[in-house]
Design a protein around this ligand. Structure first.
Ligand code: SAM
Length: 301
């Protein structure tokens, strides 16, 4: 079903299922020799959501291999590098406030070593926030620093909700928007960055990921992903989850609003972390979408 203005979801449906998908990739990427990341919460969270396909992947009943789940195999490598990039961003920022926009099953508030006194805010839809918080508490996990969850839709007045939870725009903030932009309408993406800018004291930092041609190429890779899901009984058309339409390029948009911006291509990020970029033979043209993504960091002047 296509998107609508006030649609909502849990972690097994619609946009929420993509959070479970990336957490599955993080769980798999955390295994094996010399993993680039260590997210011990990803696996129990995915199991708790209980989507059969993702649980079978964790159990090895569905294998990540060409002709089976090739796209998810590539995504596992991509998630390892992406997760590490955002982890390193937060660890280097050392800001008194951190905001995880569209937090999904992100467990950074629980697993990163935050400087003492850091307040972390997580923003996502109510059912997503409630599920993760309850499940992690049930596992006996405690946040590694002060965590304030803000259950609000990012197409609504989230800055007001954030302030109500004690966010102080006078302090430098580290923001991440990971795996979010393509799920927002183009105008909501602009408003997101306008709001972040308005809430960012000088020295605030932002990290995000941007697909310069969100439309065509991302469509191809998501169609391939959905085919794999369907083959294993998960009926969810990823392409239906994206908002179409021309988007303002993130780098230029931020530069025009007083940010110093740095952007690195995904193959550069792989090289930075000493990992070979996937050849993509098994996933056809989809690899181009992944190759074109930019890892963006910015500092507010
Ligand atoms: N950032 C997390 C990560 O990388 O693990 C989750 C990424 S997941 C691909 C997309 C997330 O965006 C979901 O958790 C979803 O609930 C959230 N999201 C998308 N649109 C949203 C909106 N309008 N309001 C709040 N959350 C939203």
């Amino acid at each position: 079903m296509a998107r609508s203005d006030a649609d909502s979801w849990d972690l097994a449906s619609s946009v929420g299922a993509t959070a479970t998908m990336v957490a599955t990739a993080r769980a798999v990427a955390s295994r094996g020799p010399q993993p680039l990341i260590d997210d011990p919460y990803a696996e129990p969270l995915v199991r708790a959501v209980g989507v059969d396909y993702f649980v079978k992947l964790l159990d090895g009943q569905i294998t990540l291999e060409p002709g089976n789940s090739a796209m998810l195999a590539v995504m596992t490598d991509v998630m390892a590098v992406r997760t590490r990039f955002f982890d390193d961003f937060f660890l280097a920022a050392r800001s008194p406030q951190a905001v995880i926009l569209a937090s999904g099953l992100d467990a950074r508030a629980y697993r990163l070593s935050w400087p003492s006194g850091t307040v972390v805010y997580e923003i996502d839809q109510p059912e997503v926030i409630e599920f993760k918080t309850r499940t992690l508490a049930g596992l006996g996990a405690t946040p590694a620093t002060e965590l304030r969850t803000v259950a609000v839709d990012l197409r609504d007045d989230w800055p007001a909700a954030l302030r109500e939870h004690g966010f102080d725009p006078g302090l430098p903030t580290a923001w991440i928007a990971e795996g979010l932009l393509i799920y927002l309408p183009p105008d909501a993406q602009d408003r997101l960055f306008d709001n972040i800018t308005a809430l960012s004291a000088p020295g605030s930092r932002l990290a995000t990921e941007y697909h310069p041609d969100a439309g065509a190429r991302i469509g191809a890779s998501s169609a391939r992903m959905s085919q794999e899901w369907r083959r294993h009984g998960l009926e969810l058309d990823m392409a239906d989850l994206f908002y179409e339409g021309e988007r303002n390029p993130v780098v230029e948009y931020l530069q025009a609003r007083g940010w110093d911006v740095d952007a690195r291509s995904r193959p550069d990020m792989f090289a930075h972390y000493g990992r070979p970029f996937p050849t993509g033979e098994e996933v056809g043209e989809s690899i181009e979408a992944l190759r074109q993504s930019l890892a963006v960091t910015a500092v507010k002047k």
